[in-house]
Design a protein around this ligand. Structure first.
Ligand SMILES: Nc1ncnc2c1ncn2[C@@H]1O[C@H](COP(=O)(O)OP(=O)(O)OP(=O)(O)O)[C@@H](O)[C@H]1O
Ligand SMILES: [Mg+2]
Length: 417
């Protein structure tokens, strides 16, 4: 099983079907989903009850027509006895009547055969997430829901903005993959693309939907959950995405006042909102920086990037945003002859986290339109993103300036503006 050791446990699945080949096919497909694991299988409803009692799964994939005990009776018993278990019915065309009964019996979702592996995995994730949310809502404050090790953003970084005054350092790459890491960790995550002219978050996720941020049109409209739901695209990774406009001309349509209200609503509705920005301080970016709890500033060990990052930092500090900035060293193993201590001293800030360089993986995932933290979970670059996710959840160490040290290169990096 490929490794996405995000901050979560895998979704435990039980497969129930009287046809052995169907169980084998499903298990084979689920084998490739790094956030799920099949913990048991059963050939009829009665066996299913036994396996569920033994394994305490999160999700049961349940066939309807089976000998000994059918899927509807088993669903009813399971959902009564174990409300945290989500039952997903597997049916064939023409079983609509049974399907209705299964839903009444407590099934959360259904899949109609034949279904693709993607349909199956996203249905499992969705059912599981909904069940978590329901449980959280019905659990008295201070009590942990059954079967749940809930993850909490200890530092309450609810709005996280990636910013860098120099383009091409990796804002979008890091923002997209961090959003997926956080979403895989049972957090409800939104990702907004504020690079209105040339934003490419939709390319990273292979999105073709029409809705985008320019629908926050000039005329006053009420910013409410319906509007939010209609704008956000729910990606299979669980991230809710607000893409940039398709053409630069549309950028002007976005009304900053409405965007401001939208940010407040995102803060309220999501555990975490990750924002990607252009390489300039435009009006919306300034609003996002102002509202952010954490600003992640990527840098690379090259003179032009360092010069611009230093200038960006100076502006952020003059706007009183300096206290919420953490610097990320992207492509950290590409040194270009610049020592990390010299870079830190030049910025007067410690590097909070390093992201590994891996062009092959990053480009391949971009070309496929699938984030590398899930598609290439075993790579060092993916693992370095997971560790960044951990820091976002658990908190960064207090950044302190590096000790003064004089070297020729150090002087070179002491730009003045
Ligand atoms: N860790 C990494 N390893 C290898 N290549 C990387 C890494 N991070 C980013 N890249 C590459 O760097 C380039 C720029 O990345 P990206 O588009 O994320 O930057 P950006 O800051 O969003 O740029 P822009 O300002 O143009 O929006 C891309 O080609 C990307 O594939
Ligand atoms: Mg970008």
């Amino acid at each position: 099983m490929r490794e996405v050791e995000l901050l979560q446990e895998k979704i435990k699945v039980v497969v129930v079907d009287d046809v052995e080949q169907t169980r084998t096919d499903i298990k084979r497909l689920l084998y490739f989903e790094e956030d799920m694991v099949v913990v048991g299988e059963a050939a009829n409803g009665k066996e299913a009850l036994k396996i569920v009692a033994q394994e305490s799964p999160d999700v049961v994939l349940m066939d309807i027509n089976m000998p000994v005990m059918d899927g509807i009776a088993a669903t009813e018993t399971i959902t009564m006895a174990y409300p945290h278990v989500s039952v997903i019915i597997i049916s064939i065309q023409g079983e609509q009547e049974y399907l209705k009964k299964a839903m009444v019996a407590g099934a959360r979702e259904y899949l109609v055969k034949p279904f693709s592996s993607e349909e199956m995995s996203s249905t499992i994730r969705q059912a599981h997430r909904l069940s978590r949310r329901r449980l959280n809502a019905s659990t008295p404050p201070g009590e942990e829901p059954p079967g749940e090790k809930k993850l909490r953003l200890q530092n309450r970084f609810k709005i996280i903005t990636f910013f860098c005054g120099k383009g091409g350092i990796g804002k979008t790459t890091l923002a997209a993959n961090l959003a997926v890491v956080l979403a895989s960790s049972r957090l409800k995550v939104a990702l907004a693309d504020l690079d209105l002219q040339f934003g490419d978050v939709s390319v990273f996720f292979n999105l073709n939907e029409m809705q985008n941020i320019s629908d926050l049109a000039a005329e006053k409209q009420e910013v409410n959950r319906e509007l939010l739901d209609s704008l956000l695209i729910r990606h299979a990774s669980g991230v809710h995405i607000l893409p940039a406009p398709f053409s630069p001309q549309e950028a002007e349509k976005v009304n900053p006042d409405i965007f401001q209200e939208m940010l407040a609503l995102l803060r309220e509705q999501f555990d975490c909102t990750v924002i990607d920005t252009p390489a300039s301080f435009d009006e919306l970016t300034l609003m996002a920086l102002d509202q952010s709890d954490l600003i992640l500033l990527p840098v690379r060990r090259e003179i032009a990037a360092i010069k611009n990052v230093k200038a960006s930092l100076d502006i952020l500090r003059s706007l009183n945003f300096g206290g919420k900035v953490q610097v990320l060293l992207n492509q950290a193993d590409m040194g270009f002859g610049i020592e990390i201590e010299d870079l830190e001293r030049s910025l007067n800030l410690q590097i909070a986290h390093k992201i590994v360089n891996d062009e092959k993986t990053v480009v391949a995932s971009l070309n496929k339109g699938v984030p590398f933290v899930t598609e290439y979970a075993g790579t060092e670059v993916a693992k370095s993103m997971v560790r960044l996710g951990e820091k976002v959840v658990k908190g960064f160490h207090q950044a302190e300036p590096a000790a003064p040290r004089k070297k020729a290169l150090g002087r070179l990096l002491s730009f003045n503006y």
